[in-house]
Design a binder for this molecule. Sequence first.
Ligand code: CA
Length: 453
Amino acid sequence: MPSFRRRQFLLTAGVAVGAALLKGCALNPPSPNSMSALADVLPPSPATMPEVPGIRLGYIAIAESAPLIIAQEKGFFTRHGMPEVKIAKQASWGAARDNIEIGSSGGGIDGGQWQMPMPHLLSEGLITKGNRKVPMVVLAQLCTHGNGVAIAKKHTGKGIELNLAKSGGADYIKSLSSSKKFKVAYTFPKVNQDFWLRYWLAANGIDPNKDVDLLAVPASQTVANMRTETMDGFSTGDPWPSRIVKDKIGFLAMLTAELWEAHPEEYLSVRREWVEQHPKATKALLKAVMEAQIWCDDPANREEMVQILSQRKYFNVPTEFLRGAYEGTYPMGDTLTPVTSEKTKIRYWKDSKGSVSYPYQSHDKWFLTETVRWGFQPSGLLTEADRIVTQVSGEKYWREAATELTSMTQKITAQDIPTTVTRGIETFFDGATFDSTKPQAYLDSLKIKAIKA
Ligand code: CA
């Protein structure tokens, strides 16, 4: 921090800083050394001082939550004036949904990690009890990649891979439908992992509504279900697919990184009333998460990150289940051939298409379009999609937080801040394209769909 800012800070800190921040050093005057430490911890001006020192955020113990865990463990929340942020492990996505409905005042959470389009569905009251609307704001994307589909070992040698229409895998899966339908699971219906699975199957000529059985299973039960052969496949995030491979009960048929390079994955989203009451704390939270994302992408921090995440209180897995994903090495296919690629690495801050963290509205639009594609909501939702996306988008908070961060660290520059709310035309592995301004053209181009009037 430049010294003039530090001085201004120390001068104003006594007035502006909430009691919570000073609790730790209340009785002792700071020594010269701890003064410099204090200046590093506190945000740089009263203008950015958070209105509250904390928030309660939910997370699920998968790679997507790393920026929240790292922001906590490496002190980034504290550095930005939010020393009382609590991150709370959620037993399942259903539990996270229930906890956001009641909010932290009722013993739940104010926000956290979400699959898409959960924030939009919560906002519209489409997945809540009694259809109560819980308005949300999408603040940042947490990561890209790190997801895939694992298939039970008994289907080895059947051509189940990314392009399974060409390899015979699609015919094999369809041939099972007359006897015992191929059963594939995800952790929560009608969101990311369900969408990845459906996209992959449909692009290969398999109708996910007719040719296979899809079901929701909590991540913690998947290994047991695959072992007992009650389940043929599972769509989820690291470390679970890697665990299935390492435990020798299945193989990775495909990675979402192959399905859609630099795809949108899970997001940080917070209740709208909290954001509107605490705009400075919202930006402090974002700055902490952005710094954590930058930290996570730095190869120099990889081993420390793996050690932190694998701990019992977080993912509770052996470190080797995580290391491969962060190195971009996956044992691919039923031959378990190790494939290392820059293109399949989990990324938190930057990827091959630019910003990971910035919440592109064009990506939100794809999730809502896919919601219509599979008949999860009537096609009328498409005419509402732009309104819903704009209402839920917190991209302006992201932009302001990122701009503030450029003056605090050289690790982020103006080039890291996207200038438009759309990333442009997206291309999938099968050649299909999505233009967020023409969602109907995308739907028209797809052969397998289940659109409801
Ligand atoms: Ca995921």
